[in-house]
Design a protein around this ligand. Structure first.
Ligand code: AMP
Ligand code: GLY
Length: 457
């Protein structure tokens, strides 16, 4: 099997690595990938126009035809929202992900909110605005805390949880008047602030069958103690103890199954990964904060550390409409710590040399894996040659090339041991301006101390 993974982050490194572990997989191409995917066994980076801005996705389609690609796995939301799955299908190429119609669940918060209200999926009350004065009137009426969101895609950063009405008004001005998020913020959604504990619930869906991935939780705030600005995610772990069997059952019946049914009724079957970002309240009731039409980043990294089934097999079965009901999971928890560059999420860095990186397959420490995200080689390249004879020089210097740079992920008997194992390797890696959180997993670690009940998902 030959596979093309689209994307450049830690999620894509984890997907490519997991697929490459399957003996049936000959080659995994990653477009555009990063230094990690360039060096990973059986993986090779390729430069393609993956954005869909060429509108017909011909770069990807031609590559698949010329390189006997058996399936495409799309990591990030932008190509999905831009219709890469529709275009591949039309060209007879097997591609895993939702169509552009279904990807609106992530691409437009207004679409997602209207969809949830129409189909009785539990979510926060909301209203949408394009005009700052009416938005501020609504905030005045509702009071704080309140949540202000840019309507379109903003890489996880277009959400302000405002503690005061002043903060809410400032966020409205940033988005509607000052255009801080460009077109994505030309419309805002203002939501009731939900209270509880968050969890990420990610499934594979083949139109009808639902295969839940292991549960997980990420840490969206930049700083320790879950403070600071929202980011794409500073770390994650799996499983999320807040998702008890009772919560799991509620999410399946109140959230995931209604999406599958509603999309089928609309004539647009949902295929691909579906990510429900949830708030679980005191009564163990789940509320959807957001839908994503893809796997989470960094949730993918710890989840795939635990996946014992072959991701290539699962996607293959999904493409045939034959997803199994369950996958095999390592019962041990996994935890990933993101090392980000200075100034993230406001800015990112390029070209800072990364020291202390362990080998990608570190035989002396097999339960820790460093997934790359914003990395490149020192010459600015990410790509090895398509010519198999000219493999990447393993000794090339690796440098930063983005906001989130690495995700150090560890499997261990307890979540605390996984955190400590990941921290040890994280502490040995350095580059100018590196920042990371030392408290990833704190919710689960506290719960573990109170109650160490085993979990089967
Ligand atoms: P989103 O991009 O919609 O997932 O929002 C990013 C983060 O903002 C979430 O993970 C939550 O931590 C927070 N958030 C978003 N919406 C709400 C809400 N209605 N109530 C409380 N927190 C929220
Ligand atoms: N970690 C959050 C996301 O992937 O959107």
């Amino acid at each position: 099997m030959n596979i093309l993974v689209i994307g450049a982050g830690g999620r894509e490194h984890a997907l490519a690595w997991q697929c490459a572990k399957d003996d049936k997989v000959q080659q995994v191409y990653v477009a555009p990938g990063n230094a990690g995917t360039a060096l990973e066994t059986k993986c090779q980076n390729v430069i393609l126009d993956v954005t869909g801005d060429d509108s017909d996705h011909s770069s990807v389609i031609n590559f698949c035809k010329n390189n006997a690609i058996d399936m495409v796995i799309v990591g990030p939301e932008a190509p999905l929202v831009n219709g890469i799955i529709d275009a591949c299908r039309d060209a007879g190429i097997k591609a895993w992900g939702p169509t552009a119609y279904c990807a609106q669940l992530e691409g437009s918060k207004t679409f997602a909110k209207e969809f949830m209200i129409e189909h009785n999926i539990p979510t926060a009350a909301y209203q949408g605005f394009t005009d700052a004065a009416s938005a501020k009137d609504y905030v005045k009426e509702q009071g704080a805390p309140i949540v202000i969101k840019a309507d379109g895609l903003a890489a996880g950063k277009g959400v302000i949880v405002a503690e005061t009405t002043e903060q809410a008004n400032a966020a409205i001005d940033d988005m509607l008047a000052d255009n801080k998020f460009g077109d994505a913020g030309s419309r805002v959604v203002i939501e009731q602030c939900l209270v509880g504990e968050e969890a990420s619930f990610i499934c594979m869906i083949d139109g009808d069958n639902i295969l839940p991935m292991a549960t997980s939780q990420d840490h969206k705030r930049a700083f320790e103690g879950d403070t600071g600005p929202n980011t794409g995610g500073m770390g994650a772990y799996s499983p999320a103890p807040v998702v008890t069997q009772e919560v799991h059952d509620k999410v399946m019946t109140q959230v995931i199954q209604p999406v599958v049914d509603a999309m089928n009724a609309a004539g647009h079957p949902y295929t691909g990964f579906l990510y429900a970002g949830l708030m679980i309240d005191e009564s163990s009731d789940p509320y959807v904060i957001e839908f994503n039409c893809r796997f989470g980043d960094p949730e993918t990294q710890p989840i795939l550390m635990r996946l014992q089934s072959s991701m290539a097999d699962l996607v293959n079965q999904g493409l045939k409409g034959q997803l199994p009901k369950q996958a095999q999971w390592d019962p041990r928890p996994a935890l990933g710590i993101v090392i980000a560059s200075e100034g993230y999420p406001e800015s990112s860095s390029k070209g800072d040399v990364i020291a202390g990186l362990p080998e990608l397959t570190d035989k002396s420490n097999p339960s820790v894996k460093v997934f790359h995200a914003g990395t490149a080689f020192a010459d600015g390249q990410k790509v090895d040659s398509l010519d198999a004879d000219s493999a990447v020089d393993e000794d090339k210097e690796i440098v930063t090339d983005g906001g989130r740079v690495l995700c150090v992920t560890a499997l261990a008997n307890t979540i605390l041991d996984a955190q400590q194992a990941a921290l040890t390797v994280t502490g040995a890696i350095s580059f100018d301006g590196a920042q990371y959180r030392r408290d990833i997993g704190h919710h689960a670690i506290t719960r573990d101390m109170i109650n160490s009940a085993p979990t089967n998902h």
